[in-house]
Design a protein around this ligand. Structure first.
Ligand code: HEC
Length: 197
């Protein structure tokens, strides 16, 4: 009888430990997601601001260079403490921004959700990924919608001078013919977490 009681107690304690561990993991995941959300928002606002300012100052053909150089700069500015933020998409302008396997799957699921009528502003995904060495990586993606200022360089009616510069710089450019509200791509955040001891 006593042995049974002890066994039951051990099982209960085991479950409690698991549940506490799970709750802590979920809380840490939500905290990382909140940080990644804030950084993605800041990245989007900064890039859009600089892009619109450059277009206003020098026109779209000059702004192409801004987009090319400023995006990586902003990306570097917000990447710190083991965190990296970048942009990726299914239809690419610069092949260097190609998605990896996980990113491709998430982008495809964003597109499918959008096709079913989900609000693009709500499309995000995050998770922890473990590696064999016991380390953990946090990953986060947030959908980027096509807004009005994007159409001049990613839309269906791109001015011929802009088109010419794009064609010269990005020979295999697939990031055209987008409409307002389409899924342009996503911000992608990766952060190496402290390895579990
Ligand atoms: C002045 C032209 C221009 C405008 C306006 C513009 N882009 Fe781009 N976009 C580019 C260029 C050039 C690249 C390639 C940058 C590079 O070389 O990494 C690019 C790349 C991207 C990428 C990275 C994926 C890829 O295809 O390489 C995303 C995402 C993106 N743009 C979204 C947007 C959004 C959203 C807007 C509107 C807020 C926008 N762009 C407005 C020119 C523009």
């Amino acid at each position: 009888m006593r042995a049974v009681l002890i066994a039951v107690l051990l099982v209960v304690v085991g479950f409690v430990i698991l549940a506490v561990g799970y709750a802590a993991e979920q809380a840490s995941l939500r905290a990382e997601a909140q940080k990644a959300r804030t950084i993605s928002q800041a990245f989007a606002t900064t890039l859009k601001g600089q892009l619109v300012a450059a277009i206003k100052a020098d026109g779209h053909t000059s702004a192409i260079a801004v987009c090319q150089q400023i995006a990586p700069q902003i990306s570097a500015q917000y990447s710190a403490d083991g965190l990296h933020i970048g942009r990726t998409a299914l239809k690419l302008r610069n092949p260097a921004n190609a998605p990896d396997e996980w990113e491709r799957g998430v982008l495809e699921s964003f597109q499918a959700a959008l096709d079913k009528g989900t609000d693009i502003k709500t499309l995000e995904r995050y998770a922890f990924f473990g590696d064999e060495a016991g380390g953990k990586t946090f990953r986060y993606m947030k959908a980027i919608p096509v807004g009005q200022p994007c159409l001049a360089c990613h839309g269906a009616n791109i001015a011929s001078d802009v088109r010419a510069v794009l064609a010269a710089r990005y020979p295999g450019d697939k990031a055209v013919d987008f409409a307002l509200g389409d899924l342009r791509g996503a911000f992608s955040v990766q952060k190496a977490m402290q390895a579990n001891p």
